[in-house]
Design a protein around this ligand. Sequence first.
Ligand SMILES: [Zn+2]
Length: 369
Amino acid sequence: MARRSRTERLDRVRGKRRRLYVVASAVSAVALGAIVLALVLAGVDAGAEPAAAELEADTIGMLAADEATISIDASETVQGLIEVPNVTGSPIEEAELLLGAAGFEVVRVSTPPGDVASGTVLAQAPPAGERVLTGSAIELVWADPTATATGTTLIGQRSYGRSPVVCIDPGHQERANTSPEPIGPGASETKAKVTGGGTGVVTKQAEYKLVLAISLKLKERLEARGVTVVMTRTTDAVDISNSQRAKVASNAGADLFVRVHADSSTNADIRGISTLYPSGNDWVAPIETRSLAAAKAIHSAVLVSTGAGDRGLAKRADLSGFNWSTVPAVLVETGYLSNPVDDRALADPSYQNTIADGIAAGIFAYLGM
Ligand SMILES: [Zn+2]
C-alpha cells in the first residue's frame, strides 16, 4: 500500500491550486458565478432531506451481491467538517484573518472594484454555511484596486488564468474487458477493468452508446461557454479501463472529471437520477470536498432540467474510476435502463438534451462561471 500520507497529498493539491489561482480580470461574471453556485448549493441543502434511500448498485459498481445496496444520506455529518463563515462584505484582510484562524486556506480572486468599496470581499466559494473539511481552500472574490478590466468578460476564465478543463467520461465501451486492475493506487483488491454496461429493457439501447450521445451533447454545451473538454472516448470500439479513464482526467489537470452513466436495477419500478461522488478512503480524501460540491451542483441542476425523480447523492469508496482520480470527480446516473419509462425517455434525443443542459448548468455553477 504505497500511499502518500494525507499531509503530503494535501500539500500537493494545495500547491497545484496556488498555481492555478492567478489573478483574473473577469469582472462581474466571477461574482455572479459564485452567487449562482451559492444559490444552487443552498437549494440542494433546502430540498435534500436525508434521503436514506437505498440504491441498487449500478452495473459499473460491480459489487458483490451482498453489497448491492448503498445508503444515501446527503446531510450526514462527516468527521472534520466545519461550517464556512460568512465573510462577504468584509475587508479582504479581515476575511483572511478570520478564515485563517478557523483553519481554512484562503485563495484570493481579484476583480476590479467598479462601484463597490475597494478591498471588499464580493463573493465567496464555498458559500457561508457550507460544511467543508478543515484546511479547505475558500475562494474570495474581492475588489482589488490593482486589478484592471480587460474590456471583455472572460467568462470561464475565472481564477484559473486559463479556460477551465472538464474531462468527460462516457461510461463503458462496446466490449467489456474483465481482466482485473487494482481498485486504487497500491491496492491489492482488484476489479474488472471496464464492463459493457446496461441495456434498455424496452428499447434495447446499449448504455455505452446512450452515454456517449449524452456526453457529446454535454461537450458541445461546455465548449460553447469556453470550457476545454477532454473526452476519455468518442467512439464505442475502445479498450480503456476505469483507472485509465481517471488517469486521463488527472493527467489533463481537469478541474472536474464527469462520468456519465445510466443505471440498472433488478427492480423495474425504480427510476430517477442519482449522482455519485468519491468518499470514504484515503485515495479520495483530497478530492472529496470538491467532488461533493460538484455533485450537489450537478445533481440539483439536472433534476430541475429533466424533472426526473431524485434518487439522491451517493458516496462511493469502491469505484476504480474515482479512486485513481487526483481531480474532483462525479458520476451521474442519468436514469434507469431497467425501468420502461426511464428507458424510453433516455432514448429520446430531446430528453438527452435536457440531461446535457442540466449537467452543464451544474458544472458552470460549480466552476463559478
Ligand atoms: Zn454504467
